[in-house]
Write a protein that binds this ligand. Structure first.
Ligand SMILES: Cc1cc2nc3c(=O)[nH]c(=O)nc-3n(C[C@H](O)[C@H](O)[C@H](O)COP(=O)(O)OP(=O)(O)OC[C@H]3O[C@@H](n4cnc5c(N)ncnc54)[C@H](O)[C@@H]3O)c2cc1C
Length: 248
């Protein structure tokens, strides 16, 4: 089977996207395609059907009744001037060209590659207490993002939302001095009504909530092409300290 045999579906609305996705069998979703297009052309992903979200009307960012809702196909660039710590994480991703093309849904659904962590928006979204609305086998679900990340296979993300409430936020990242270098490790924090939520990207396949008092509990930082697990173990407590000091 070659790329030419893949059935490409281009829904023009969210309802059409949901109907086309069905139970997700044999389907690859294409958001901005910055990860999945190279995978498709290199044959690392071989779907029978591909769902292009670009025209599905899922690219809005709205504020209504105290809730911020981000469509799965919204570009990362749409978040750059928005709420922290999401905005700082979005500005840290790649370069302006990638941020204009890559989507929030694609970032939430991306997992670390053998080369580098991905999904820099996941930790800030955990810190904000965000929920993910998705469809797939078993129907529609809205669940905390940390639950979605732990079991995201076979789902089509429609939108991500969080409470607009006032909170203190902080962010700290270990990056490389080049726009195309991925974040090595990043910590996002948000404090609201005495509830402190802290999460990290770069400790595994997807971001996880961590205990700021004991950030290394339950994590086994990976070795990849940008850093060793040992290095991440040394740096994590310092990033937590900095993210908490940054709370404002
Ligand atoms: C040069 C370069 C630099 C980069 N730097 C960074 C960086 O600093 N930080 C970072 O986090 N990432 C980085 N990336 C990776 C990538 O660009 C981002 O993670 C981006 O947000 C992925 O979004 P996308 O829409 O392009 O995803 P896609 O490539 O479209 O999809 C990624 C995965 O998510 C799935 N998917 C997409 N949308 C949905 C949906 N709505 N529902 C279900 N599944 C879906 C796809 O099937 C695929 O498995 C970089 C990439 C490049 C090429």
């Amino acid at each position: 089977m070659t790329l030419a045999d893949v059935e490409v579906l281009t829904p023009a609305s969210a309802d059409e996207a949901i109907a086309a996705f069905g139970d997700g069998a044999g389907m690859t979703v294409i958001g901005g395609g910055t990860i999945v297009m190279p995978d498709l052309t290199a044959g690392r992903v071989r779907p029978t059907r591909a769902l292009l979200l670009a025209q599905a009307g899922l690219d809005g960012v709205t504020r209504d009744g105290g809730t911020v809702t981000i469509g799965a196909a919204a570009p990362l660039s749409a978040l750059e001037d928005g709420d922290e710590p999401l905005a700082t994480a979005a500005r840290h991703c790649a370069d302006p060209e990638i941020r204009g093309q890559a989507t929030v849904g694609g970032n939430v659904c991306s997992v670390a590659s053998p080369d580098a962590p991905r999904g820099d928006l996941q930790a800030p979204l955990i810190a904000l207490g965000a929920s993910v609305r998705s469809v797939g086998a078993g129907g529609e679900r809205t669940q905390p993002i940390e639950d979605f990340l732990a079991d995201s296979a076979g789902r089509l993300v429609l939108e991500i939302s969080y409470d607009e409430a006032k909170r203190k936020t902080g962010y700290s990242a270990s990056t490389r001095p080049h726009t195309h270098h991925y974040t090595i490790l990043a910590v996002a924090a948000a404090e609201r009504d005495d509830e402190l939520r802290v999460a990290a990207t770069g400790l595994g396949p997807y971001a996880v909530k961590i205990d700021p008092e004991n950030p290394l509990a339950g994590v086994e930082p990976p070795d990849d092409a940008v850093a060793s697990g040992w290095y991440r173990t040394q740096v994590l407590p310092k990033l937590v300290e900095r993210a908490l000091a940054d709370l404002s």
